[in-house]
Design a protein around this ligand. Structure first.
Ligand code: SF4
Length: 134
């Protein structure tokens, strides 16, 4: 963790006060224990600020489970190693992009895919919703 990410971690955003994790055992979100991580991810799945939380953690490289996504998954997303739809679904940046109003041609260039693929991703993301709409 560098100083920028430490600073970001110390300055937690206001939306976290609305999180489903408030007043829960914080060690559940450490992502060093599979059983505890599963509980944390299930709680994140019910959280009204899940999307904001996932995007914030992705942008600030915060360690632990945030928005239902663990550190390893976020790091894989940063390295662009996602190849399956299942892996992409867990990537906050991808999901945010696909559900945004950014032009398909822009996202096609970013992800190295055709515009047609972007439209397909968008259709799948909007249909499945992933429980992230809030
Ligand atoms: S998504 Fe998870 S970590 Fe983020 S505020 Fe909600 S419960 Fe907490």
């Amino acid at each position: 963790m560098n100083l920028d990410s430490l600073y970001a971690a110390l300055r937690t955003p206001d939306f976290l006060a609305q999180g489903a994790c408030v007043r829960q055992d914080a060690t559940l979100w450490d992502d060093d224990d599979r059983a505890k991580s599963a509980v944390a991810k299930a709680i994140c799945g019910t959280c009204p600020v899940q999307r904001s939380c996932a995007e914030w953690a992705q942008a600030n490289e915060i360690a632990g489970i945030w928005g239902g996504i663990d550190t390893a998954t976020r790091n894989k997303g940063r390295r662009g190693k996602f190849t399956t739809m299942e892996q992409r679904r867990e990537n906050a940046e991808w999901l945010s992009d696909v559900l945004s109003k950014k032009p398909a041609i822009e996202l096609a260039a970013k992800y190295g895919r055709t515009e047609r693929t972007i439209y397909r991703w968008r259709e799948i993301a909007q249909r499945d919703d992933y429980g992230l709409a809030s």
